[in-house]
Structure formats: C-alpha cells, structure tokens
Design a binder for this molecule. Structure first.
Ligand code: MRU
Length: 352
C-alpha cells in the first residue's frame, strides 16, 4: 500500500536534545507541541495525556531515559543504571495499565546492563529502534488484519489507535487504513470514547486528514449500529494482553465486545507484541487506571453535573479472551486466543 498517502501525523519527535510531543489534549483545533527537556517532564506529560496510546507512551518513556542519562557520568551502563534507576521507576508509575511502558523501560534497562563506555549512544540507538520497530509492526499488522476483512465490510472502532497512539500508522486504525486502501472496508464508525473523547477528537480527525470517510457515533449508539447490520467487525487496540488472551483496553471495549458477539459482529484486537504481558496470567491481575472523577463532571471545562455528585472513572476495562475472535500482532494472527495459543506464540515475552 502507499504509506505516504496515509498516516501523516507523528505524535513524538526527538530533535537530538529534547522530545517534542504533539499535545493531544488540544487536538483537533490546536496543533501545538509540548517540548520536554527532562525525563520528569516526560513523566508528567504521559500522566497528563499529552502523549497517550500504549505504544506511544512506551516510545516517549524510552526517549525520557535517554534524556535522564545525559546528566550522568558513569564508566559503564550498569553504573549509570544505579544512578538513574529512580527516574525509570518514576516513569513506570506515570500510567499503570499500558504494559508497553514497562516493556520499553525494561528494554532500556537491559541495554544499560550490557553496555560498556558507549552506554549513552546505545540508549539513544535503542530508543530509535523501539520507535522504528513499532512503525514496522503496525504496517505489517495492517496488512495481516485487512486480509481478514471481506470486501464491502463495515467496521466499528473505539478510542484512538492511530498514528497518534503509536510511532505511526496505528494498530486497529492501521488495519482500518489498510482495509480502506484495499477497498475491503466500505464503512467506518468511530465511537466518541467518553470521557476523554479520543474517538471524537483524535480518530475521526486522523481519518479525515487521510481522506478516509468515517462516521462518529455516541458510545451509547454502538449496539444499535451493530444491530443495523452496517458493521461486520469491531476493531480495537490493547493496552495489555494477558497470558490467557484477556485484553485490557479503553473503558467501553468490554461492552462493545459483548454487543458484538450478540450481534454476530466479529471482534479483532490489533496490538504489537510489546503489548503482550505473559507474566500476567489473566485480566484479574491488571491494574486498571482510575483517573480524576472531574473528567466526568464537566465538559470542555464547564461543569455539567450538580455540585456534590460523586463519580467513578476507571479508564480501562478487561475483555475476556472468549469474546475475542482474532488477535493480530506483528507475529501473526491468532484465532480465538487462549492460554495455549498465547503460550505457543509468546512464551518468551515478559515485562521484566
Ligand atoms: O487512555 P489512552 O488514550 O492512552 O487509551 C488508549 C487505548 O486504550 C488504546 O486503545 C490502546 O492504548 C492502544 S493504542 C494503539
């Protein structure tokens, strides 16, 4: 496929000194960068959702480690690690659910452990490799996932899993990009994704820039859309995939998968192997991020809920493996993932 025609947005740019993050809080109307000059600033930006989406969080954290290392003088990587370890731990805590964050930090840590005096350069090379490999994985998954979709199909997606959430092209949105390019996908529905509106503010904006026609719906319209027969696939990303195939993803994914199964819509989860966490047996072991209830109590800075009302704001949920028809990673396609098929494909993947 012609990748240059699609996927023109880049959420993360390293200029050799500082990390430029496209501020996803301000999109779609304001395109501005938050420029981070330290690892601490990156940790704050990850927590504040300046940069978001599991793979993008991991990439940003990797560059944060490069910045943390700049201030350090050490004979080798192991000595440097002893100094910057608290910063790695701080970064790991910036968001708890997306395992790509811990995975990227584990990779940077491993580079330090095995590096000699050139450890600073090795860290920078590793951060660049993490980003490069993510883009390649996404393009490959796009082809694998699109091949499963019959021409003329409609798809429903949730949250934002596109260029903005990755090194580029996207996971679930990459499959949608490839599926549209190959004329397999005829209709795209995107849910708003309350409360942060990743679907409404980010996904349909990305698709519009690519010239891909997409229809925004309220999250609460999803089951109705599925019942109407307009969609054949639910295509979503993941923040963590457990050893038994359970998938943590943006809150609402679980309800969508239930509705999809009820209506004969197939569910496809698309994520790189960096999202697979074989050290977590099943979804009950995943920490679900709870964010400020204020995200539910107001809209665009304007309070919409009576004073004194309480809210609960879990921002991810777990979809049990039995509701997933297909898992697509860059390693291939797994139909109906379960503990046995996950073990065959990913035995060596742990987060460290
Ligand atoms: O809270 P967010 O916006 O970081 O949540 C993002 C998601 O849930 C995505 O579906 C997931 O990270 C995959 S992004 C390729």
């Amino acid at each position: 496929m012609d990748f240059d025609r699609y996927d023109r947005v880049r959420p993360i740019r390293w200029d050799g000194q500082r990390l430029h993050l496209l501020d996803q809080r301000a999109l779609p109307f304001i395109e501005r960068d938050v420029v981070c000059g330290s690892a601490d600033e990156v940790a704050v930006a990850i927590h504040a959702l300046v940069v978001r989406g599991a793979p993008a969080i991991g990439i940003a954290a990797a560059w944060a480690v490069v910045m943390a290392a700049r201030a350090v003088t050490a004979a080798d990587g192991a000595a440097a690690l002893a100094i910057i370890d608290p910063i790695l731990q701080r970064l790991a805590k910036s968001r708890p659910t997306a395992v790509n964050l811990m995975w990227a930090l584990a990779r940077m840590r491993a580079v330090l452990v095995r590096s000699g005096s050139d450890w600073q350069q090795r860290l920078a090379d590793e951060a660049a490799a993490i980003a490069r490999e993510d883009l390649a994985a996404n393009r490959h998954m796009g082809a694998l996932g699109a091949a499963l979709i019959a021409p003329g199909s409609g798809v429903y997606t949730h949250c934002n899993t596109g260029s903005l959430a990755t090194a580029g092209f996207g996971t679930a949105l990459g499959v949608i990009r490839a599926g549209v390019a190959e004329a397999r996908i005829a209709r795209v529905f995107a849910g708003e994704t309350r409360p942060w509106l990743q679907g409404a503010r980010l996904t349909v904006w990305e698709l519009q820039r690519d010239g891909i026609d997409a229809t925004l719906v309220a999250d609460s319209a999803a089951a109705h859309v599925m019942k109407s027969g307009q969609v054949q696939w639910l295509i979503v990303g993941a923040d963590r995939i457990c050893a038994n195939g359970d998938v943590a993803n943006k809150i609402g994914t679980y309800a969508l998968a239930i509705a999809a199964r009820h209506h004969g819509v197939r569910t496809m989860v698309v994520a790189p192997s960096s999202t697979v966490d074989m050290a977590t047996a099943d979804g009950s072991g995943i920490e679900i991020e709870l964010r400020d209830p204020a995200e539910l109590l107001s809209f665009a800075g304007q309070r919409t809920v009576a004073e004194g009302v309480k809210a609960w704001n879990p921002v991810f949920d777990v979809t049990p493996a039995e509701l997933i028809d297909v898992l697509v990673t860059e390693r291939g396609v797994i139909e109906r993932p379960n503990a046995a098929s996950m073990a065959r494909a990913f035995t060596k993947i742990t987060t460290g």
